[in-house]
Ligand binder design. Structure first.
Ligand SMILES: *[C@@H]1O[C@H](CO)[C@@H](O)[C@H](O)[C@H]1NC(C)=O
Ligand SMILES: *[C@@H]1O[C@H](CO)[C@@H](O)[C@H](O)[C@H]1NC(C)=O
Ligand SMILES: [Zn+2]
Length: 418
């Protein structure tokens, strides 16, 4: 029974659904201030109350009631600063936390919409604006706000990183619009409805998802199926030939499943072999798909490659989520998962291990594939960030040396990650 608490429950506070005025245009600070001073409602709830997604087309209760105004293109509504930030959406220093605050917690909707628009995909695929917005809002809502790490901001961050990779010369020259659409959608949905605990936890608590997906890529399968569910529900691609929308669903799955960190070595050795033999041919659709898988994998775990101020925040959040799982395990007398025991680990130790055994090997190969300034920047941050964590955890510096020679060695301890 306990496990159900972590199932894909939609935690939408029902009571707020009818409060919002139907036509609430623009996110005004006065509204929030008024509401805050009016009562004792905590600020966080007020923020959710007025969250943009809810007044745009809002709740699931209103689904199917298309009193949405298709003319409210997102660009018209968000405030100037967020809009200004989007001009630098391709920058590796993009501060997604700030962007999320400026958009009142709607970074995923705004960012993804903006990118789809910027790439001309809305026009090219003749996407219905109402359906698209509804899809994006539902995607954002299906991420769990209360997860310290696996929430919609992480999804937005991965989407932004994906955008940076899609613009790398090798990819930009060869990817089709279809590839780009898939890459962005996969990034935005890759952790959809993440319960905030990892697969071993779901298995040992007999969660129904573990049974449903036979203990294999349980979370990733669920993220994919959830994304497909929303695509079908919103009929986003209903204007495309059936075979195309099926192809989108299938390829979305293949991309999302590639983010299963327990299969990293499999993907990495394939990538390595291609690079060694120099036989990646980006004119070939299946090779392009493989490169997209690698790009998404990089985007998913690129936190340690960001500037320290951003990277550090992610590290704190992910460790908080791990330790939270560890606390639940402790409370229920389950075996504590690796990296999840707050008494045996520190943020620094978790990060150093993650960087050494997971991130460095992946980004080293990525830099071989795409030897650009961005790759060098990422490796530069990675080195600096690792040094910063090492300085806080002097005894761990020895183990990072070992890792260089045997990148795959600590496979077991990675199980807890993502
Ligand atoms: C999944 O793993 C659990 C625990 O090891 C086991 O009891 C269960 O039979 C497995 N389920 C499947 C479908 O393999
Ligand atoms: C594309 O690559 C795949 C996998 O390497 C190969 O099986 C296929 O024949 C290639 N297709 C073309 C058209 O070259
Ligand atoms: Zn992720």
């Amino acid at each position: 029974m306990e496990a159900n608490r972590f199932g894909p429950i939609l935690l939408i506070p029902i009571e707020i659904k009818w409060i919002l005025p139907a036509k609430f245009k623009g996110l005004s600070q006065t509204c929030i201030t008024r509401a805050e001073s009016a009562g004792s409602i905590p600020a966080r709830r007020v923020r959710r109350l007025f969250s943009f997604q809810r007044h745009l087309l809002s709740s699931r209760l209103l689904r199917g009631a298309p009193h949405l105004n298709p003319l409210h293109i997102l660009d018209e509504d968000y405030c100037g600063q967020a809009k200004c930030m989007l001009e630098k959406v391709g920058s590796w220093n993009f501060d997604i936390f700030l962007f999320d605050r400026l958009t009142n917690g709607n970074s995923l909707v705004f960012l993804t919409f903006n990118l789809l628009n910027q790439y001309g995909l809305i026009e090219l695929f003749q996407l219905d604006m109402v359906k698209l917005r509804r899809f994006l809002v539902l995607v954002q809502e299906d991420y769990h706000n209360q997860n310290p790490y696996h929430n919609a901001v992480h999804a937005a961050d991965v989407t932004q990183a994906m955008h940076c990779y899609l613009r790398e010369p090798k990819l930009a020259q060869s990817l089709t619009s279809f590839d780009i659409l898939l890459g962005l959608l996969a990034a935005a949905t890759h952790d959809l409805d993440h319960p905030g605990v990892n697969q071993p936890f779901l298995i040992k608590t007999n969660h129904y998802l573990a049974a449903l997906y036979r203990n294999t890529s349980v979370l990733e399968n669920h993220h994919w199926r959830s994304a497909v569910g929303l695509l079908r529900e919103t009929e986003l691609f209903s204007n495309l030939p059936a075979e195309d929308s099926l192809s989108i669903e299938r390829q979305l799955g293949s991309l999302i499943l590639a983010t299963d960190i327990s299969r990293q070595n499999e993907y990495l050795s394939r990538f390595r072999t291609h690079l060694d033999e120099n036989d990646l041919c980006l004119g070939n659709a299946s090779h392009r798909h493989f490169v997209l898988q690698m790009a998404l994998k990089c985007a998913d775990i690129c936190n340690p490659c960001r500037p320290w101020e951003l990277s550090k925040q992610w590290s704190e959040k992910v460790t908080e989520e791990f330790f939270h799982q560890g606390d639940i395990e402790k409370k229920h007398k389950l075996e504590i998962s690796p990296l999840c025991d707050s008494e045996a680990n520190t943020i620094a130790s978790v990060q150093i291990g993650f960087m050494t055994y997971v991130v460095e090997p992946l980004f080293a190969e990525w830099a071989r594939f795409s030897d650009t300034r961005l790759s060098q920047t990422m490796l530069g941050h990675l080195g600096l960030n690792k040094a910063s964590w090492s300085a806080m955890e002097p005894e761990a510096s020895g183990s990072s040396e070992e890792g260089e020679s045997e990148p795959g060695r600590k496979q077991g301890s990675k199980r807890c990650l993502f």
